[in-house]
Design a binder for this molecule. Sequence first.
Ligand code: IPM
Ligand code: MN
Length: 360
Amino acid sequence: MAEAKKGKALKIAVIGGDGTGPEVTAEAVKVLKAVGRLEGISYEMKDFDLGGERYLKTGEILPDPVFNELKTFDAILLGAVGHPDVAPGILEKGLLLELRFRLDQYINLRPVKLYPGVETPLAGKGPDDIDFVVVRENTEDMYVGMGGFLRKGTADEVAMQTAIYTRKGCERCIRWAFEYTKKRNRRKRLTLVAKTNVLTYGHDLWWRTFQEVGKEYPDIEKDYNHVDACCMWMVKNPEYYDVIVTTNMFGDIITDLAAILQGGMGVAAGGNINPAPGGVSMFEPMGGSAPKYTGKNMINPIAAIGAAALLLEQSGYEAAAARVFKAIQVVTGTKMKSQAAGKMGYGTTEIGDLVCEALG
Ligand code: IPM
Ligand code: MN
């Protein structure tokens, strides 16, 4: 976690992106400003016009000068990428994954917390039961884009998509997860989620690294689940989990399952973190661009506001972050009828206002 920049403005690049992305980031920015006034944090914010519209107009996804400018910010707040007129994968790979990789955001932090008043599909489980964190490796695995075709389009076609795991890559993620578990100071249990019974090379490296790094943390319970079993336990006994550390691909999958347990994409937020000094981290709601709700003031901004709170927390403004998380819970617990778009009982901008009011 970065040190708060005492007396200096926190520089935030805002990429609203596609569809409802700009609407939800506007509410997140509103809350950042409000909590900044209360906590004495000043910002330097700049909007970046990146995403599907720009790509369709100019063919540009992430031009070098823009990337170089983004590197000069402390953090990035991202709305959503994904445009109905752009083939799937182009923006995801060209913008989202490109930023994660080139900014070396090797941690994908996804807190899974059921806020008061939010409905979970799990019968008999409440906010005390659903409160864990997934630390997903964010720069390796099948996401590296290595592979190719042989005899493409023929009956003898071969496709290869390689999963890469490096000692350095898993070690830095595992160590960060141990530190996070220590700091969280809850159940003091870190669960490695992998598939060592089948992925006997790559996940063996993860397993050995987990055991070795774990020796530095005698007070943390070193736990292991195969990924398939984890999906089962997460639904049956979510209260068992404290912090999970996992590979990029498995982390992608289990965090969608986890997100639905906490009330869905309107609520779930995450951070792509480069913990190195001067590293630029990026925070985003987990949901997509939801194009059908664009401009209707119907989309839920809670996830984007949660992403802003994570931004504050990971930038060293922990008191301000806690204040935002508390305000979110006041609003979900006492105001909102539902977390689904159009069913909240309020419009997008009103939810932002309510969170600002609840900051106290
Ligand atoms: C996520 C998303 C991305 C991923 C996609 C959009 C490339 O699903 O942030 O989890 O797979 O990481
Ligand atoms: Mn995903």
